[in-house]
Design a protein around this ligand. Structure first.
Ligand SMILES: [Zn+2]
Ligand SMILES: [Zn+2]
Length: 483
């Protein structure tokens, strides 16, 4: 089936929201979002935005953005002064399997898109989202936060995301029934599968040492949010939720676990277990909580063992999530918003799923079928012993070598790909290209490498870290080998 590309702009209501709440100045940069996975001849969209110096959509551009390198030849999107410079080219299709990276160009410069992996047969697409966005309803930095409508419109049309979750604060008097009702309604209004999905969720705060800050994600909205701010822990919060909802309809995600004063040092006594807490937010605009000494650490770091590496070594089973924790309501956005933020490195989460809907994204996240990135949409396939990130495999023969296969591609050059085993770098390769394949075998007998969990189980885990010359990174969720 062949289709012809069509230029589309956001419907009028969405354009009004962008103009009202983020009237951007002269354009400084262009962004081009490509689908990460597309089947041969499957229609896809290229999403374009012209941003001002703070990352807001320009209202001042009169002219064209050309898209170069397309199989059918160059296409152009026209923008005019007084309208937010945001649009898309629908119905593009790719005639052959391969790796495609296009270029968007305007009068002031150009940018490469994120790579599209085109395959003859696609079982799972890759859907990008920001699971951690605050709006004015959070009553936290209200001077920079924007409306709920803006959260959804910016996620879909400005950042070109596939899904988003507005996770407004609820604890310590920051939410009540009326706000909760508004939040639920807006989430349902903007859910528009299969084009765009919205998740129900909120941020529950706990005391430092009791779990710190954690987000709650819901398969369907609760009549009223549940939190446990005074004296509660991650475990008691999980129990409260489990009393109201089936296990498959909620999960918790702790975040910026290394932040001083809010630290998420998770003792065995308060760990709710892998079903109720399947993921950890490894990166947000506050910084990376992967391991002590990482290049993008939070500005104020807690001295205790509150890094993701500390949790994994103790046998906790965490897939990786990335989000912004934006307090300017700019999903997946760069731009200055908070003195303690690392502005150039928004976090994102890539979800492997056949289709896009609230239900499919929620369930794929709960099953850890996802990976985290900072800064860019980095494409990453990583398998260990034939299984993708997030899987827990039984150890059948500790003497049998484990094959590790990685394919990565990025909008800019990849500097390095590292394979980690039990938190240590097992193999590092310098790349200096925008895509790379890596295959290796870990032949060391697993027996002497095994760690022991608090429950007395022997295990080992592997994951892959990709670092780009831009500073952007990707972390595959780990694969566990367990007794
Ligand atoms: Zn906040
Ligand atoms: Zn937050």
């Amino acid at each position: 089936m062949s289709t012809s590309p069509v230029v589309r702009y956001p419907p009028e209501f969405f354009r009004r929201v962008l103009r009202q709440e983020a009237p951007g100045g002269p354009p400084q940069s262009v962004t081009l979002v490509q689908p990460s996975v597309l089947a041969v001849d499957e229609p896809g969209a290229l999403k374009v935005a012209l941003l001002d110096a703070d990352g807001y959509p320009s209202l001042e551009y009169q002219g064209e953005v050309t898209l170069e390198g397309l199989p059918g030849g160059t296409c152009a999107l026209a923008f005019r002064r007084g309208e937010s410079a945001v649009g898309r080219l629908d119905n593009i299709s790719l005639p052959q399997p391969g790796l495609y990276r296009f270029t968007a160009r305007f009068e002031g410069g150009y940018a490469k898109g994120n790579p599209t992996r085109c395959l003859t047969h696609v079982e799972q697409h890759l859907y990008w989202g920001d699971p951690h966005v605050h709006t004015v309803l959070s009553d936290c930095w209200p001077q920079s936060c924007r409306s709920l409508d803006f959260c959804y419109v910016a996620a879909r049309y400005l950042a070109g995301l596939d899904w988003v979750c507005a996770t407004d604060h609820v604890s310590n008097g920051r939410c009540e029934f009326a706000r909760w009702k508004e939040q639920r309604a807006a989430c349902n209004v903007h859910d528009d599968p299969p084009a765009f999905a919205t998740l129900h969720g909120y941020e529950a705060s706990l005391q430092g040492g009791a779990g710190g800050d954690a987000n709650v994600y819901l398969a369907r909205p609760l009549p009223m949010f549940l939190d446990d701010y005074e004296g509660g822990t991650l475990k008691s919060l999980g129990e409260k939720l489990a009393a109201e909802l089936p296990e498959k309809e909620f999960f918790l995600v702790p975040h910026h676990t290394t932040r001083a004063g809010k630290h998420g040092e998770i003792s065995d006594a308060i760990y709710p277990g892998p079903n109720r807490m399947p993921l950890v937010e490894i990166h947000s605009k506050w910084g990376t909580s992967e391991y002590r000494g990482n290049p993008n650490a939070l500005r104020e770091v807690h001295p205790g063992p509150s890094y993701v590496a500390d949790f994994l070594r103790r046998g906790m089973v965490f897939g990786f999530m990335g989000g912004t924790d934006t307090h300017a309501t700019m999903p997946a956005g760069r731009g200055v918003e908070h003195a303690e933020h690392l502005d150039g490195l928004p976090g994102m989460t890539a979800v492997r799923s056949a289709t896009l809907s609230r239900e499919t994204i929620f369930q794929a996240l709960r099953r850890r079928q996802c990976y985290a990135t900072s800064g860019d949409r980095i494409y990453l396939e990583a398998t260990v012993a034939g299984s993708p990130g997030g899987e827990v495999l039984p150890i059948q023969d500790p003497g049998r070598p484990r094959g590790i296969a990685v394919f990565a591609a990025a909008p800019g050059d990849i500097e390095r790909i590292e394979v980690l085993r039990n938190g240590d770098v097992l193999h590092a390769r310098e790349i200096r290209d925008w895509h790379a394949t890596l295959e290796l075998t870990d032949e060391e007998p697993l027996g002497p490498c095994l760690l022991e969990s608090a429950a007395g189980k022997q295990f080992a885990y592997y994951y892959v870290r990709v670092t780009c010359t831009s500073g952007a990174q990707a972390w595959s969720s780990p694969v566990w080998l367990q007794e």
